[in-house]
Design a protein around this ligand. Structure first.
Ligand SMILES: Cc1cc2nc3c(=O)[nH]c(=O)nc-3n(C[C@H](O)[C@H](O)[C@H](O)COP(=O)(O)OP(=O)(O)OC[C@H]3O[C@@H](n4cnc5c(N)ncnc54)[C@H](O)[C@@H]3O)c2cc1C
Length: 468
């Protein structure tokens, strides 16, 4: 008799949501986390009285996406979510809202008028082709860009590509930008996970049928959305900081889930092609099912895999990011907004004044702002920090005298960047009984929302395999 029904490797948000949902399905679950704390990249901690998150976070597709589905069906506690706000770019004149539909784009005077007309035409063309299913997943944003635009316009589009995929517009597919920018919606349709399953129809074919109906309806409305889209569509920030989301998962955890921190899984064990458990340096735990939520790039060091699959995993593309948190001695008019800014002439970044969502995040009267940059030169982090700080000081010249706390984070935001040639694995591994979850197993949306999609896919796969 195995010790557990399921062992989950990794106590980040994917692993914890997997454990929570499997526990609610009656499974006896063990979570093994290598660090001494839970949450991985979904966390908050204190630096000199300011509560920083592990990078600025917008939680997306909250109204009817995967997290909404998971919270409604499995959580017993949910955080209070504050409406996210808007996306801006900064110029010497101040902030301008990023357009989310063609009408707004026409009056977006941060770019030259001629460029706006050309870009609107390209966007309309891309959406029209997408509506007829004619956009190839390998077509890059760059392929769709009109020629002869100003440098600022190219830089702006590049900034959006970096923001949505972590990579340049040459490596980012046009599909990604259309979906990620909310011009097209990627939510979970209400009926996808509903029971009961009709007789003589597999769960997989049922899902496929329902998805295709949904896609069809989605495509019909795609073009009309050009006129009506709202970019802040159902995005939010959890009051109390990112750790409030982590805590809601932990508070909702059923008693059948056991969690151990400080436990590095070194081997995933199997015999006669059946999963038998995992080993840490000092312990061996048995289970018929293992869900791995660490970096898939590391999986070959834990378990022998077919060489084709190992080659695929080696193609996973990743981005390294630098976040600079600045604790300000007083609130600045420049940061009098909720949402984020993603560009200043000459550089892409993502900034979020997170204490505007909840004043408790900063000491009374003070403000906390996070700026994230893509690291281009991984061998010269100190130079990257300097370049990033220079850009912040250029964008907000008065900030220097207000900074009383500076904190750097160097992180991989997602275990797989969604690029044209990058690999996304899916939740099944070549070994029966070994499942995968996390941001390198699904390409929809971003970060925590993508983790949510992966957990729903995991449940679906286990159900198909009669493990649930
Ligand atoms: C700067 C930045 C900005 C971001 N912005 C957003 C945003 O706006 N919106 C959004 O939704 N998301 C955002 N994210 C991404 C989001 O935080 C992550 O995608 C999400 O937290 C990943 O969760 P995960 O569980 O898949 O992976 P991880 O957090 O990496 O968790 C994996 C866990 O597995 C553990 N582990 C690995 N190997 C082993 C092993 N062998 N044994 C035991 N334990 C192991 C690790 O220690 C880790 O705790 C951002 C991230 C960063 C860094």
């Amino acid at each position: 008799m195995p010790d557990y029904d399921v062992i989950v490797v990794g106590g980040g948000i994917s692993g914890l949501m997997s454990a929570l949902t499997l526990g609610r399905h009656g499974k006896k679950v063990l979570v093994l986390e290598k660090d001494d704390f839970l949450g991985g990249n979904c966390n908050s901690y204190n630096v000199n009285g300011f509560q920083v998150d592990t990078g600025p976070h917008a939680i997306t597709h909250m109204r009817e996406g995967p997290l909404r589905r998971l919270m409604d069906e499995y959580f017993t506690y949910v955080p209070f979510f504050v409406d996210y706000g808007h996306y801006y770019i900064r110029t010497e004149k101040g902030l301008t809202k990023i357009p989310s539909n063609i009408k707004e784009f026409v009056t977006f005077d941060a770019l030259p008028r001629k460029d706006r007309i050309l870009l609107s035409q390209s966007l309309t063309k891309a959406l029209t082709l997408m509506t007829f299913g004619m956009v190839d997943a390998k077509q890059s944003v760059y392929d769709f860009m009109p020629k002869g635009l100003s440098r600022d316009s190219y830089d702006f589009v590049n900034a959006i590509a970096y923001f949505l995929s972590g990579k340049s517009m040459k490596e980012t597919s046009v599909n990604r930008v259309l979906y990620g920018s909310s011009f097209v919606r990627d939510s979970v349709s209400e009926d996808i996970f509903e029971e009961p399953q009709p007789a003589n129809q597999s769960y997989a074919s049922l899902i496929t049928e329902r998805l295709s109906k949904y896609q069809f309806a989605g495509h019909l409305s795609t073009l009309s959305r050009l006129a009506t889209n709202k970019v802040s569509y159902a995005q939010a920030y959890p009051r109390g900081g990112l750790k409030s989301f982590l805590n809601s998962v932990l508070y909702s955890m059923p008693e059948t889930v056991n969690i151990r921190t400080g436990s590095v899984v070194e081997d995933i064990l199997y015999e006669n092609e059946n999963i038998t458990g995992v080993a840490t340096k000092s312990d061996l735990f048995t289970a018929g099912t293992v869900v791995y939520t660490g970096f898939l790039k590391d999986l070959p060091s834990l378990v022998p895999l077919p060489s084709d699959y190992e080659n695929d995993l080696a193609r996973i593309d990743q981005t390294l990011s630098l976040t600079i948190w600045l604790g300000l001695s007083e609130k600045m008019e420049d940061f009098n907004y909720t949402g984020s800014e993603v560009w200043f002439r000459g550089g892409a970044y993502w900034a979020m004044p997170i204490s505007n969502y909840d004043p408790c995040i900063a000491p009374t009267g003070k403000q906390l702002v996070g700026f994230t940059f893509v690291i281009r030169d991984k061998n010269n982090i100190e130079t990257e920090k300097k370049k990033a700080l220079d850009l912040i000081h250029r964008a907000v010249p008065d900030i220097g005298s207000r900074i009383e706390m500076t904190h750097f984070q160097v992180t991989i935001p997602e275990k797989a960047a969604v690029t044209i040639n990058g690999y996304i694995a899916g939740v099944r591994s070549p070994i029966p009984g070994l499942y995968l979850a996390g941001t390198d197993t699904d390409n929809r949306s971003m970060g925590i929302t993508r983790a949510g999609y992966s957990v729903l896919e995991l449940l679906k796969a286990m159900k198909e395999d009669k493990k649930l």
